[in-house]
Design a protein around this ligand. Structure first.
Ligand code: COA
Ligand code: AMP
Length: 633
């Protein structure tokens, strides 16, 4: 089939408002918009201004009313605990309504924030939808973050309540969440009035009298009483959620997602970009704590009337590298979305895919990869192994949906290895040099998107319009800065090469090296430090800390390294995967004192590098190379 992509993209370019107006017909609104796009509202304008709607209604109730009551909505598959359970749309509505009633009883109402700190259990999804139902704003925090990171988010979001669980289950260990939650609340200045705690069978926890409530007890009672909570109409421009993501400093950025534009954008993506029909099973093997989890475990598949898989496990080791094939076969998954690192892990463990044959993958049509650069080797291995198209697509927490892709539903374009496809409607992607001039086709530069951003992209940062403007809009007036470097070729395919800031991508997880530097610098033996991301065969990148010790530092390097690793794990979380520290005499800097992180990274990755003209002392780079040659540890 010839792709309709160019025709569709042109129709968006010719008349973006007509394009999104048509897409918006797929959503049930309580009252229509006054302005489809209001350029005067917000910082760069707002979509569907004045309309009222409810995201939970569109994701749950309208399917129950529209004939999908007994169709699977949420398939929980947890190889790590040995549990499985499928919820129909009818059952999902019951669970979400009961929890919404409990949240209301706890004083949560429209506009109030609720922090959700949960492992990959169905209750995490119920909590997100229950907030949406009552017009509350959820903020999910990934379970692999430690108490301080959680505290920073609690402080910024100032939640009325927190929904959490006693523990998470990781391979070979139980992660007690409750002590982390208690510590985070102790550290934060915005103490929530109530916490609703899911006691898991794997390990329970103590509840703090007066503050903590047992999830099963309260929700069970609300369920037995068949409490009905109507979907509260909210403005399309009101926030549905805040999702914190790494910035260049330790202070995370609260990406705001609104209700109306988000629904329109995600619903449009499910068929046109992912080629999925309502009723089919979609699986995003990510975590609800990340944007991929928000958009493609929870909201997009449910808005589209699909069954979505909630997988609590790892691509390998739970129990083996055949677990993805088993889940695809067992639940009739039509499309899987994950990060390339998951496939690198499977390939390393089972290079010949010997665990695939017993599984019937006949309903499986497409593999989608995002979150980090998809290396052509892994893409080709996945293509050969699965015999289906493998689609790399590029997006960010900020956009909530793909900026560029090979749009399966519109008809696939030829695959170009190393490219995450072509820009999607809503995104006029340009490549500019540092002075803001467009670069020639095929030349590397700053990847930017012309304003206004597509519906569903962030309108601002939570309580921080100024930081939003500073971080994204100031440098290239009229454009949103993606902070990715890349190029566009003659067929308008994008190539995303690297970040232009200090963010690194570890196993598809976005982390701030600045945040890690803040922790490392606190060690009494450290005079100065720089954390960079170095290439890693499995995780794409892993952090590596270069430290200059204080003249009078006491203790041997092995002990200091152990302490630094423990500090980052304790302050940021195990997800940072900070395991390597390299002692150096001094750090390479420009004459104005800026640390030459990009050059250090090239040296560490054995890439070609040139001596920066502005370097203070060229000898230092040789010292860095020498330090890296010494065995780790
Ligand atoms: N709660 C508590 N701890 C968590 C956690 C959670 N929800 N998720 C991860 N962790 C911990 C892990 O146990 C691990 O701790 P360790 O250092 O003690 O081993 C650490 O954080 C790093 O976790 P992870 O990034 O998952 O690495 P891994 O080495 O355990 O597994 C992969 C490697 C490739 C298998 C894994 O990263 C993976 O499945 N990635 C898929 C990609 C993905 O989900 N990307 C999200 C965006 S699409
Ligand atoms: P996150 O906000 O966690 O989704 O991370 C977004 C960042 O991940 C982007 O700015 C890119 O640097 C990187 N990224 C995401 N998807 C891709 C991709 N398909 N190819 C290359 N880089 C990607």
């Amino acid at each position: 089939m010839e792709s309709r992509y160019r025709e569709v993209y042109r129709s968006w370019q010719d008349d973006p408002r007509a394009f999104w107006e048509e897409a918006a017909q797929e959503i049930d609104w309580f009252s229509p918009w006054e302005k489809l796009f209001d350029p005067e509202a917000g910082i760069y304008g707002r979509w569907f201004s004045g309309a009222t709607c409810n995201t939970c209604f569109n994701a749950v109730d309208r399917h129950v009313d529209g004939g999908r009551k007994d169709q699977p909505a949420l398939i929980y598959d947890s190889p790590i605990t040995g549990r499985k359970r499928t919820y129909t749309y009818g059952e999902l509505k019951t669970e979400v309504s009961a929890l919404a009633a409990v949240l209301q009883d706890l004083g949560v109402g429209r506009g109030d924030r609720v922090v959700i700190y949960m492992p990959m259990v169905p209750e995490a999804v119920f909590a997100m939808l229950a907030c949406a139902r009552i017009g509350a704003v959820h903020s999910v925090v990934f379970g692999g973050f430690a108490a301080r990171e959680l505290a920073a988010r609690i402080d910024d979001a100032a939640p009325k309540a927190i929904v959490s669980a006693s523990c998470g289950v990781e391979p070979g260990r139980i992660v007690a969440y409750k002590p982390l939650l208690d510590e985070a609340i102790r550290l934060s200045s915005a103490k929530p009035e109530n916490c609703l705690i899911l006691q898991r069978e794997e390990q329970g926890c103590e509840l703090v009298a007066g503050r903590d409530h047992d999830y099963a007890e309260l929700v069970g009672a609300a369920r037995r009483e068949a409490r009905k909570v109507p979907c509260v109409p909210v403005l399309a421009t009101e926030p549905l959620y805040i999702l914190y993501t790494s910035g260049t400093t330790g202070r995370p950025k609260g990406v705001v997602r609104d209700n109306g534009g988000h629904m329109v954008r995600l619903k449009w993506s499910m068929f046109n970009e992912f080629g999925i029909a309502p009723g089919e099973t979609f699986w995003a093997a990510s975590d609800v704590g990340w944007v991929v989890g928000h958009s493609y475990i929870v909201y997009a598949p449910l808005l589209h009337g699909c069954a979505t898989v909630l997988f609590e496990g790892k691509p390998v080791g739970t129990p083996d590298a055949g677990t993805f094939w088993r889940v695809i076969a067992e639940h009739g998954v039509a499309a899987l979305f994950t990060a390339p690192t998951a496939f690198r892990a499977i390939r390393t463990a089972d290079p010949d895919a010997s665990l695939l044959p017993p599984h019937d993958l006949s309903r499986f049509r497409t593999l989608f990869l995002a979150g980090e650069r998809a290396d052509p080797d892994t893409v080709k291995w996945a293509e050969r192994t699965l015999g289906v198209p493998v689609i790399d697509h590029w997006w960010q927490t900020e956009t909530g949906a793909p900026i560029s892709q090979n749009p399966v539903g519109l008809g696939m374009l030829p695959v170009k290895y190393g490219s995450p496809g072509v820009p999607m409607p809503g995104y006029d992607v340009q490549v500019l040099d540092d002075a803001g001039h467009q670069v020639e086709t095929g030349k590397l530069g700053n990847v930017v998107v012309r304003l206004p951003l597509a519906p569903g992209s962030l309108p601002t940062l939570w309580n921080d319009d100024r930081r939003f403007v500073e971080a994204y809009l100031r440098e290239f007036p009229g454009f949103y800065k993606t902070a990715d470097a890349g190029m566009i070729d003659e067929d308008s395919y994008l190539f995303i090469m690297a970040r232009t800031d200090d963010i690194i991508n570890v196993a598809g997880h976005r982390l701030s090296t600045g945040g890690m530097e803040e922790v490392v610098a606190e060690h009494p033996a450290v005079a100065e430090c720089a954390v960079i991301g170095v290439a890693d065969a499995l995780k794409g990148q892993v952090p590596c800390g270069f430290v200059v010790l204080q003249g009078k530092a006491s203790g041997d390097m092995a002990t200091i390294e152990k302490e630094l690793v423990a500090m980052v794990r304790e302050r940021i979380g195990p997800v940072a995967a900070f395991k390597r520290v390299v002692p150096v005499k001094r750090l390479p800097k420009t004459r104005s004192g800026k640390i030459l992180r990009a050059t250090m990274q090239k040296i560490a990755d054995h890439e070609e590098w040139t001596m920066p003209a502005t370097i203070d002392d060229p000898l230092i780079l040789e010292e860095i190379a020498e330090a890296l040659r010494k065995p780790a540890g």
